[in-house]
Ligand binder design. Structure first.
Ligand code: DAK
Length: 260
């Protein structure tokens, strides 16, 4: 697949996707969103690839939706743009492979929303992450107002979205928005180590956990418990459950399906 706005590198079982429009601080336009969707669809079907890392070229992770492109939109086009981003980010959440946002710089607006749709977030000490849409006279459009309160609570989400003021890496870590912080030069190598650890786990279990956690937010408590019991029971139909438990009992490392 020919890539224009993204770069793809494969490290064994890990796919590293880099947003590659550094002159525009990797701002998201429709073309980039479409390219990312196509690439992720390919990765989802690739049995070898068990974890995905998203990062940015240059000084930004993603500095938001492309303001130049948005400035020319009418309300109908703006709605279609928002729906495209929303559908893509929901798709990411529903993919079996875990996705890590490796935040190397500015993660603003659509960039923050993209990071929130990833399963885990690493960041360099130098980042700024925030939802500055209010300063442009608009509101978050890629489900930032939906995911952020679920991730960090309504109070912190209100602070970020109403003030539009970005957070430092430390501030973002304190409220649980970022999981790990590293020096800039150590960010990608350490993120890859996390990705490799995830890639060595049971992909069936990882995919089920993603699904289960998403459902737990949608369902009422007892319904969510029932759903958990069902998914737990389904694990016992998988080769990975047998392998994981046998490996423990035999005091060896498990070799889950799809790992060579
Ligand atoms: N879009 C387009 N170009 C951008 C951009 C963006 N989001 N951010 C930066 N650039 C471009 C700049 O225009 C500049 O281009 P040239 O002038 O060189 O041609 C180049 O990238 C370098 O940027 P700066 O010169 O500004 O670099 P600095 O280091 O001085 O400043 C900055 C970095 C990140 C602080 C600054 O660039 C900045 O404030 N950028 C805008 C950040 C921002 O406001 N992001 C949020 C965008 S709004 C919706 C759908 C989606 C959304 C909302 C609604 N619906 C359809 C309902 C989402 C909205 C957003 O994401």
């Amino acid at each position: 697949m020919k890539l224009k706005n993204l770069k793809l590198e494969i490290n064994q079982h890990v796919a590293v996707i880099t947003f590659n429009r550094p002159d525009q601080l990797n701002a998201l336009n429709l073309e980039t969103l479409a390219e990312l969707k196509q690439l992720l669809e390919k990765i989802e079907k690739d049995a070898v690839l068990r974890c995905i890392v998203l990062t940015g070229a240059g000084k930004a992770f993603v500095a938001g939706a492309d303001i130049k492109a948005m400035s020319e939109m009418n309300p109908k086009q703006a709605k279609a743009f928002a729906e495209t981003g929303q559908a893509l980010f929901s798709y990411m959440e529903q993919m079996p492979q875990p996705i890590i946002a490796c935040i190397n710089g500015f993660a603003l607006g659509g960039g923050c929303e993209l990071a929130c749709a990833c399963d885990l977030r690493t960041a360099s000490t130098k980042i700024k992450i925030g939802e500055p849409e209010v300063n442009l006279g608009i509101v978050p459009g890629f489900a930032g107002s939906v995911r952020l309160p679920r991730l960090i609570g309504l109070s912190q989400a209100k602070k970020m979205i109403l003030t539009g003021e970005p957070l430092s890496a430390l501030e973002a870590e304190e409220i649980g928005l970022i999981h790990w912080i590293y020096k800039p030069e150590e960010l990608l190598p350490n993120t890859l180590k996390i990705a490799e650890r995830l890639a060595a786990k049971s992909l069936t279990a990882l995919a089920t956990i993603k699904h289960q956690l998403r459902k737990s937010l949608e369902l009422e408590f007892t319904e969510a418990e029932k759903f958990e019991a069902e998914t737990f029971s389904k694990c016992f139909t998988t080769p990975d459950q047998k392998e994981g438990m046998n490996a423990f009992l035999e005091k060896r490392k498990p070799k889950f399906e799809g790992l060579d």
